[in-house]
Design a protein around this ligand. Sequence first.
Ligand SMILES: [Zn+2]
Ligand SMILES: [Zn+2]
Length: 176
Amino acid sequence: MLTFDKSGKRKTFKRVESLSKDQREVRIIESLNTCRKIGRLLKDKFPNEIMKLTENSIIMHDRKDRRCTNRTLNRYYAYYQNRGQRVCLLERVLVNRKMARTCPEPGCLTSAEHRPRLEGNFAFGDCIAHELSHHNTTGHAKAWKLKYIRMIQEVALLFISGKFYKSVTTEGGESV
Ligand SMILES: [Zn+2]
Ligand SMILES: [Zn+2]
């Protein structure tokens, strides 16, 4: 919540939400389920361009977790790592579910200013399309960009067609 002093100047920035530890954990699990579902649906569409997806393929970044190797990611939301072929998402992103949209133009990836803010499923859709596109491509060069564009088009179709919402996740993590 934004609060203003009498002159209209912004004073402090308070978090509206304060979640209990349990609520945070539930959110994280739900967010990871959403990310995994998007990953699975993309894998259905592009079976040869995405790594084999297991329950360890899309996880929360944790410095103490040996599966996560990136140590310098304050300004990231998530990263793809070749070792283990994994996508790791930051805890704050899994809780807040807010991200700036990927802009695949050179120089735009690190400046967040002009990128629209996405929230919820759409934020994760963009993020997973971005990260999965790093598989078998180099950096944010042309091959990554072309792959990302194809992936994000599919993500948009999944939402617009309603296919994303029809695909139910069972406990085993399979789509039915
Ligand atoms: Zn841009
Ligand atoms: Zn990237």
